[in-house]
Design a protein around this ligand. Structure first.
Ligand code: ADP
Ligand code: MG
Length: 722
């Protein structure tokens, strides 16, 4: 039997290079069309209703689905299947099993039943659980998520799953995301029905923009920091960096273009709707963005994409870097999360319509989102925190560590006008004025709403909000869980307040809505900021406004232990207190481990590469000094050039060694702290800052030591393709 070759390790089928992409889009996904063909009607209905309403699929039906999926996958050359899940390490995990099996009488066959489709028990003891498994003495299992279709990757059928303990606690990033999406669906549907009774479901939508660097693989392999920490811990900026702005949107290098084409062909097969590609600001930095999708699917697609990118990059002799700050002195990489809410009737709730009522709907979701961000700004900050993103946030080119919302002058003016409306019942004139001259004007405003503030961490961009602080490496499930939970809770609150005004104050529905929105505009003002988010003035202003400014991950995560956040997650049924505490532990531990690894790499770089290389050069200089002395004698001519250089280098080398030794001592002290939180704070306050001081001397040495003696590949070589 012949089937399409989809081994990712081989060069792509060149024949596909010019083929219409829509003709093979999703041909490795068990989506609607294959389901129509391979499933019984009962099985198809069951899967569809599980997707829409979360209904359970019984075992007999699961067997039928598994049978269809197996036939489809085997016909396409798949030999194995796996539950594909998102443990708290941040990456995805998989354990492959062959379809191949033997019957009791020794007959070989391919087997895959409902049992294997629905549930699996990976040996999960090595995944972080933050103590959950110890507490409950329970094992973990993975369970099928029918809302994200199975797909064939290389020769394995991958089944997206959640990962939970036997007592039901989430051990992954997907389970809480699904709960948050469910919460926002319920709350937003209720509110959307004020405006349109035919709405039965609301989907959160997500369009991420993935930034990344490409470095020549052979060169990357010479740097242990790039290979083991994903970023350079040492490196003097190259004379030419990004200052000429000649990379941004520039002509894509042919080697990179070949990689991108290959990548896109693979993405098309896998149903990842990639659309945009371009050079980014920094040299060797690029961006890729898809058409937006339902948030759960979009998250899965982003995780899959990152995996595909690594493999395709390898095929093209590149190393792809997702780290948020791989190189000092030039831009880092983020992953903007464009977010909105869409109804099952096809309406984007953050897009104004053509009638005042539709615009009131827009304003409702718009203002409630602002209010949610205001209430939970510190939670949103925590949701984008990670050891690697700490290196980027607050940098001169990256969103600040403080959350604020940018909406533009014109929408600000609309909110200001609404704020001035009198409370309680509206006279017919007031109502007309409001509807025609304030609310009615919104579509016109948005049509030419071109003002955008690139420095804002949370900006309204015409028909969606853009969350810009998310790290390039991050699993978008984390910020999406936080945002959708916050908005869900806010919308629930809004619904109750509006209903109370209608019931108790006998206000009309639109009057009640205006009244509540007006209050929200007033009470969420501090979160709105239209100015320069990168400036020092904003840091001071934000502090006056009482906004959180957590400088590092352990500090940012503290909000997870607060009563308000625990209550929010419990109310919305997204995370129990136990789950939240476990996550907090896991993230703190991850912070320590990543910082510790970087500390050890620095130690190794300094002792096994920089000190030996520098000493080699000092020997050369020392010889020169001795010869100078032999020729010119001691006396005043002693202070010669070689001598000067030698002592400058010697000073930096001495300080480099001293700083490194102190960092090692500080690490030992921190490691001795038994409390995870104390250890994480010690790493953030007493160890991470030392890295910069070590780097300062190392980078100075790189400036002075002869290139022939410098042991590390330079930025100039890493960042520019020949
Ligand atoms: P940029 O920020 O680079 O200027 P855009 O503002 O055009 O680019 O953002 C494009 C991204 O926004 C795309 O990834 C797109 O899929 C996403 N997007 C557009 N509409 C929505 C929506 N309703 N919900 C979520 N994402 C959206
Ligand atoms: Mg963007």
């Amino acid at each position: 039997m012949s089937h399409p070759d989809f081994s990712i390790n081989q060069l792509p089928n060149q024949a596909l290079a010019g083929v219409r992409r829509s003709s093979y889009f999703g041909d490795r996904v068990f989506g609607h069309h294959p389901m129509l063909q391979y499933l019984t009607k009962d099985a198809l209905d069951a899967v569809q209703s599980a997707v829409v309403s979360g209904s359970k699929i019984d075992r007999k039906i699961a067997d039928q689905v598994a049978e269809g999926m197996k036939t489809w996958a085997i016909e396409r050359g798949a030999t194995h299947y796996t539950h594909w899940f998102q443990p708290l390490t941040g990456a995805t995990a998989e354990k492959h099993d062959a379809f191949f099996d033997l019957t009791p009488t020794g007959q070989p066959l391919e087997r895959f039943g409902g049992g294997q489709l629905v549930q699996q028990e990976p040996d999960a003891s090595s995944f972080p659980s933050g103590g959950i498994r110890n507490t409950f003495e329970a094992r973990g299992y993975t369970a099928w998520d029918p809302s994200s279709p199975a797909f064939i990757y290389e020769s394995t059928l991958c089944i997206p799953t959640i990962f939970v303990s036997y007592t039901g606690e989430a051990l992954d990033n997907k389970a809480p995301l699904l709960r948050a999406l469910n919460a926002v669906d319920e709350a937003a549907t209720e509110v959307a029905r004020y405006f349109d009774k035919s709405v039965n479901k609301v989907y959160a939508t997500l369009g991420w923009e993935q930034e990344y660097f490409l470095v020549d693989k052979a060169l990357a392999q010479t740097r242990i920091d790039l290979m083991s920490a994903g970023r350079t811990l040492i490196g003097q900026a190259s004379a030419k960096g990004q200052q000429l702005d000649d990379h941004y949107f520039g002509v894509i290098h042919s080697r990179v273009l070949a990689f991108m084409n290959d990548l896109e062909i693979e993405c098309m097969h896998l149903g990842i709707p990639v659309k945009t590609r371009h050079n980014e600001v920094a040299p060797n930095q690029f961006e890729l963005a898809p058409v937006f999708e339902e948030a759960n699917l979009a998250v899965d697609h982003n995780l899959l994409l990152m995996d595909v990118m690594e493999k395709i990059a390898d095929r093209h002799q590149f190393k792809v870097l997702f780290h948020e700050k791989p190189f000092a002195g030039i831009n880092g990489s983020g992953k903007h999360n464009n977010w909105s809410l869409s109804t099952d009737t096809g309406v984007n709730l953050l897009s104004p319509g053509s009638t005042p009522m539709k615009n009131l709907q827009f304003l409702t979701f718009f203002i409630n989102t602002i209010k949610a961000v205001d209430t939970y700004e510190s939670l949103l900050r925590a949701s984008i925190s990670s050891q690697s993103n700490d290196q980027r946030l607050g940098g001169h080119e990256a969103p600040p560590t403080i959350f604020s919302v940018f909406i533009g002058d014109q929408l600000s003016a609309v909110l200001d006008e609404l704020e001035g409306v009198s409370l309680g019942k509206l006279s017919p004139e007031e109502k007309t004025e409001l509807k025609l001259n304030v609310v009615g004007k919104i579509p016109e405003i948005l049509r030419d709403n071109t003002d955008r503030n690139r420095t804002s961490p949370f900006a309204f961009t015409g028909n969606k909000f853009e969350m810009r602080g998310v790290g390039a490496k991050a699993n978008c499930a984390k910020p999406m869980t936080a945002l959708n939970t916050a908005v869900a809770d806010q919308l629930q609150c809004f619904k109750k307040e509006v209903d109370d005004l209608i019931d108790q104050k006998k206000l009309k529905k639109d009057e009640a809505i205006f009244n509540v929105l007006r209050e929200y505009i007033k009470t969420s003002k501090r979160i709105r900021f239209e100015g320069d988010g990168y400036g020092q003035a904003w840091i001071e202003e934000a502090q006056k406004r009482g906004l959180t400014n957590a400088k590092n991950t352990p500090e940012a995560l503290e909000v997870w232990a607060t009563d308000a956040v625990v209550a929010l997650f419990e109310r919305t049924k997204v995370l129990s207190k136990t789950e939240l505490r476990a996550r907090h532990q896991v993230e703190l531990e991850a912070y320590v481990l990543h910082t510790q690894i970087e500390g050890r790499i620095l130690d190794e770089l300094v002792y096994t590469q920089i000190i030996p290389g520098t000493i080699d050069y000092l020997n050369v200089l020392g010889n020169r000094v001795m010869q100078d002395q032999a020729i010119y004698g001691e006396g005043p001519a002693k202070k010669n050039m070689a001598q000067e250089l030698l002592s400058t280098i010697n000073d930096h080398l001495t300080q480099l060694k001293a700083e490194t030794d102190q960092m090692i001592e500080a690490r030992k002290k921190a490691n001795a702290l038994s409390d995870t939180s104390a250890r994480a704070h010690a790493y953030a306050q007493d160890i991470a800052p030392r890295f910069d001081r070590i780097r300062l001397h190392a980078d100075k040495l790189e400036r002075y030591v002869a290139e022939a003696h410098w042991p590390l590949t330079k930025y100039r070589q890493l960042l520019f393709l020949k």
